[in-house]
Every structure is written in structure tokens, then in C-alpha cells.
Design a protein around this ligand. Structure first.
Ligand code: 5AD
Ligand code: SF4
Length: 459
């Protein structure tokens, strides 16, 4: 910029200058994917992306409400946004996603300075509201019934060049006692197979090498389709595997109850489907699983793990575990530890139970005291990390295929990528992002591997 020239001040949305947006995302991959659609939609409206919240005219928060923690983080962000708006009157504050949907009755009461709100199924409302300059369009539109639409039909702003998310369904028909998702994302609706395969084909044409199929309960996909389209998730894996140019397929999150044999057979048969399954356990105690309404028990889960491992050699397993569900005794918790020991997960997300208003578990008797929950999660994390470190150490000396993502986050002289088993690898090499390369593994921690490009080792 020429010396002394003042940077033009952003004039805020109602000032009608060229506008810039900033999207802050909380929560799961589905939300991250929705945010890419929100960005694509705003760019189609002529807005550019601002590097941070302070420089944006339109501040969007795509929220999560799975536990209390994201609610609290969002509240802190919103306080900052309010301060920005006080300085620059025309700033628009938009709140979307799961928290917005869960708080639809109270949102504007709690946060009167929020201009516009929408739920996970009503993203286009933000575009309608902004397109009309906020005039004559309702401040909020929510909806988990007919008004919902797939974010997958909106334009997309992809954050990663070689990896893409593809939404296969929205909503969830399960009734897990702890979970708010069915309330905020509604009943399950599957996207048509032709639309999914067309999107995968388009992504492959744009150079994407790895896709992740996304659904709240991804492997129950297809059951609600019209009779002439009815199929199952295994068939969908086979159809995406057949798309030229896609080297890797991942999917998240499957429900153990829906992991039927045809899906397992597809995992074994499809070359592009990675040797990694995220299989939420939630609890290792049958009694607690029943109270959670997970509809499988400890033995059925373990049998499924055996089947998966028999079908896919060298399979990596990840999981989600909740400690401190109402009524969980020390014996129940010991069963969770025992399952973790038995399965030997490669990775696990661990959560302290957080009561969510409107879920069945929020009003269950026998809450577990905070200090007991803390003690249990610490013991669980210790075990999970010990096993993950051992599992990764076992990989030292092997050669693994890595999809290169960019420079290492911790050491700029190294590259970073991910194995088919979904472990991050930092490695010395001379390849470029998007390349698939063999890397010899030389060191390991509980979460990452370190190595050298195999061609360099051989040279
Ligand atoms: N409290 C704690 N953890 C929860 N999860 C979902 N709801 C709750 C809750 N109320 C966890 C589950 C789920 C993951 C995404 O979040 O383990 O699989
Ligand atoms: Fe959070 Fe669940 Fe919504 Fe994802 S679906 S953003 S985890 S509440």
C-alpha cells in the first residue's frame, strides 16, 4: 500500500461496500463441511473471506452443542463479536448450527445483538437474509422437518485441495440417551446415490485424492430411499471405489448396530477404502450401553471387532468413549477399561458425560460426582495413550503409504501427511502436497509417526 495511505475502513454490511465474511466453526466434521458450504454460499453472494474476525463485516458462527464445553467456547466468542460490533455498527453477527437450533426459542433473548440465525438444515436462510440486506426476511429460520435441505447442494469453498468431504445423509434416527443430535439435525434422510457419486466424480476431476463420506450414522445410509433406489452403504462404498482418481475413501461415523456383513465385505473388497474404522464404543458395560440405548451389548461389539479384523488385515480402530454416564459404577467403568485393553484401539476420543437439556439422560437419576468423573477420565486417557503409543511403536520399521498434506506443523523442514490407517506422519522427503508416497517409519508417539521417504532411504 502506498506510504501514508489509509486503509479503507470496512463499512459494515448495511454500508453496502464490498463485504468480507469470517466463519468460526465448532464441533464435528459435519459442521466443518457445512462451513465450507456456508463460505461457498457467501462467496457466491460476492463476499470475500476476511483473515480474522476483526476485519470481517459478516461474522458467522457455526455452532455445536454436543457437550457443555462448546457452548461455553461459543459464548466467549460471541462476547468478542459483540465488542467488535460496538466498534463497527454495521457488522452483521450470524449464528448457525446445532446450538442455534437447540436454542431456537431463546437465542435472540440471550443474545439480542445477533442479527440472523439458522440451523444445520437451514443454511440457505443466511444467504436469503444477506441477499435481501436483512430487509423483509425473517431473522431466523430453523427446521428439522420438511424445510431442511442438504448442504451438499450449495456451492463449496474447499479448505483442502486433495481431500474432500461428501455428505451422504442428514439427521439420525437413533435414540442414544445422551445425545442432542437427533433433536437438532432431525430424522435421517439419505442423499440419492446418483447425487453422491456425481459429487465424488466431480471432486476427483478437481484433483481430490481422498474423500470422507459423512453421515451422523453413515452406515445406515440408504434405508429410507424410495424402493427403486434402495441399496445399502456397502454398495455406496463400491460405487465410490469405482470412481477414477479417488485413491482413498474414509467414512464417519458408523454405528456398530448397523455394521452389517455386506458393508464389511465392501471394506475388504474395495482397494480405495482405507484400513481404518472409527467404531464408537461409548461404554464397555452392557448395563450402561442399555441405559444409553445403544442397542448392542459388550459381546456383540467385540464380535464385530473380530469380524472387522478378520476381513481387513492390519485394520486401525478408533473409538468414542463417555465416562460418568448416570448410574455408572466403578465396576461398569472397569468393564470399559477392560474392553479398551482387549480391543487395543489406535486412537480414542474420550468424553466426560455432559447432560444436555432435552435428552433422556439429562434427567436420569444417579449422576456421577464431578471428582469421580475426572478420576475416571484420567485413568481412561492414560490407558488409551499407553496402548496407542504401543500400537504406533509396532509400526517402526514398516513402510506406509502417506498422502502428503503440506509442511509439518512442528518442524518446517519436514513434510506432513497421513497413512491409510489415519495416523499423522512427519517425514523427510521431496514430494508435494497431494502426492502418495511410501514412507519408512522410524519413530512414534501415541498420536504421530516420524519417518523418511522410502525412495530416499533406498537411495
Ligand atoms: N456427553 C458427553 N459426550 C457426549 N457425546 C455425545 N453426547 C455426549 C454427552 N452428552 C460424545 C459421544 C459421541 C461423540 C461425538 O461425542 O461419544 O460419539
Ligand atoms: Fe456438534 Fe453434534 Fe452438531 Fe456435530 S452434529 S456440530 S458434534 S452437536
Amino acid at each position: 500500500m502506498p506510504g501514508g495511505a489509509e486503509r479503507p475502513r470496512p463499512r459494515g454490511y448495511h454500508g453496502r461496500a464490498v463485504k468480507r465474511y469470517h466463519v468460526t466453526t465448532f464441533g464435528c466434521q459435519m459442521n466443518a463441511h457445512d462451513s465450507e458450504r456456508i463460505k461457498g454460499m457467501l462467496e457466491e453472494l460476492g463476499l470475500g473471506e476476511a483473515p480474522d474476525q476483526a476485519e470481517a463485516d459478516v461474522l458467522v458462527f457455526n455452532t455445536c452443542t454436543i457437550r457443555e464445553k462448546p457452548d461455553q467456547r461459543f459464548a466467549a466468542h460471541l462476547a468478542q463479536a459483540r465488542a467488535l460490533k460496538e466498534r463497527n455498527e454495521g457488522t452483521v453477527i450470524a449464528v448457525g448450527g446445532c446450538y442455534a437450533e437447540a436454542q431456537r426459542e431463546r437465542l435472540f433473548e440471550l443474545y439480542p445483538f445477533v442479527d440472523v440465525a439458522f440451523g444445520p438444515g437451514t443454511i440457505p436462510h443466511l444467504g436469503d437474509w444477506l441477499g435481501a440486506g436483512g430487509d423483509g426476511v425473517a431473522r431466523a429460520q430453523f427446521g428439522i422437518a420438511e424445510e431442511r435441505s442438504f448442504a451438499g447442494t450449495l456451492p463449496m469453498h474447499r479448505e483442502r485441495r486433495f481431500q474432500g468431504w461428501v455428505q451422504v445423509s442428514m439427521g439420525c434416527n437413533s435414540k442414544c440417551a445422551y445425545c442432542i443430535v437427533p433433536r437438532v439435525r432431525g430424522r435421517e434422510v439419505s442423499r440419492r446415490p446418483g447425487d453422491i457419486v456425481a459429487e465424488v466424480t466431480r471432486l476427483a476431476g478437481e484433483g481430490v485424492r481422498e474423500i470422507t463420506l459423512l453421515g451422523q450414522n453413515v452406515n445406515s445410509w440408504g434405508r429410507d430411499l424410495a424402493p427403486d433406489l434402495r441399496t445399502d452403504f456397502g454398495e455406496l462404498l463400491r460405487a465410490t471405489d469405482a470412481v477414477d482418481g479417488i485413491a482413498r475413501i474414509r467414512f464417519t461415523s458408523p454405528h456398530p448396530k448397523d455394521f452389517r456383513d455386506p458393508v464389511i465385505a465392501a471394506l475388504a473388497d474395495c482397494d480405495a477404502v482405507c484400513e481404518h474404522v472409527h467404531l464408537p464404543l461409548q461404554s464397555g458395560a452392557t448395563r450402561i450401553l442399555k441405559a444409553m440405548r445403544r442397542t448392542y451389548d459388550r459381546d456383540r461389539y467385540l464380535r464385530l471387532v473380530d469380524k472387522l479384523r478378520a476381513a481387513v488385515p492390519d485394520l486401525a480402530l478408533g473409538t468414542d468413549i463417555i465416562v460418568g454416564f448416570p448410574g455408572e459404577t466403578e465396576d461398569d467403568f472397569a468393564e470399559t477399561l477392560a474392553v479398551v485393553e482387549e480391543v487395543r484401539y489406535d486412537s480414542a476420543y474420550t468424553f466426560v458425560f455432559s447432560p444436555r437439556a432435552g435428552t433422556e439422560a439429562a434427567t436420569m437419576p444417579d449422576p456421577v460426582p464431578e471428582d469421580v468423573k475426572r478420576d475416571r477420565i484420567e485413568r481412561l486417557i492414560e490407558l488409551v495413550q499407553r496402548i496407542a503409543a504401543e500400537r504406533n511403536a509396532d509400526r517402526i520399521g514398516r513402510v506406509e503409504q502417506v498422502l502428503v498434506e503440506g509442511a509439518s506443523r512442528t518442524d518446517a523442514s519436514l513434510l506432513r501427511g497421513r497413512t491409510r490407517r489415519n495416523t499423522t506422519v512427519n517425514f523427510a522427503g521431496s514430494v508435494r502436497p497431494g502426492d502418495l508416497v511410501d514412507v519408512r517409519i522410524e519413530a512414534a508417539t501415541s498420536t504421530t509417526l516420524k519417518g523418511t521417504e522410502a525412495a530416499l532411504v533406498a537411495a
